[in-house]
Design a protein around this ligand. Structure first.
Ligand code: SF4
Length: 161
């Protein structure tokens, strides 16, 4: 008799990687780097109507050391660029980044010397969200894309083996 037959439906088996990724993807701690109007739309996304808690990511942190998902929402000026880089560097690995909206992703219509023409010039970006501002549904879709990315990632223990 196999072990599954002995215990029936009372236990499940999995691999360590998958268990770690499952826990990570359902317990993301977002940190918003909100600088402009997209940040207002992000507030709608975490509100009760759109209910980001369904994805285990409703506990917003304002300390980079307690966050693993940076959501850049708004225009980033050259003056703020070092601040964004410092905050990203302060987050522990593994970490992910969502670039929310046209301004964060490309500078938007602020095509001038004072505005960063896309945050990927400063930090790596995992998912870009189009829109000015993007609708909350689009931000939730980006969150699901991050979850899929986590799912496909090998946990550090397996990478070093
Ligand atoms: S993309 Fe549009 S809504 Fe978002 S910060 Fe820029 S101007 Fe504001």
């Amino acid at each position: 008799m196999g072990i599954e037959n002995a215990f029936g439906d009372s236990f499940i088996s999995t691999r360590l990687n998958e268990a770690i990724n499952w826990a990570r993807k359902w317990s993301l701690y977002p940190m918003p780097f909100g600088t402009a109007c997209c940040a207002i739309e992000f507030m709608a996304t975490v509100g009760s109507h759109y209910d980001m808690a369904r994805f285990g990511a409703e506990v917003v942190r304002f300390s980079p050391r307690q966050s693993d998902l940076l959501i850049v929402a708004g225009t980033v000026s050259e003056k703020m660029a070092p601040v964004l880089k410092r905050i990203y560097d302060q987050m522990c690995e593994p970490k992910w980044v969502i670039s929310m909206g046209a301004c964060a992703s490309s500078g938007g219509f602020y095509d001038n010397y004072a505005t960063v023409q896309g945050i990927d010039r400063i930090i790596p970006v995992d998912v870009y969200v189009a829109g000015c501002p993007p609708r909350p549904e689009a931000v939730l879709t980006a969150l699901i894309k991050i979850q899929e990315k986590i799912d496909s990632k090998q946990a550090p223990a397996a990478q070093t083996a």
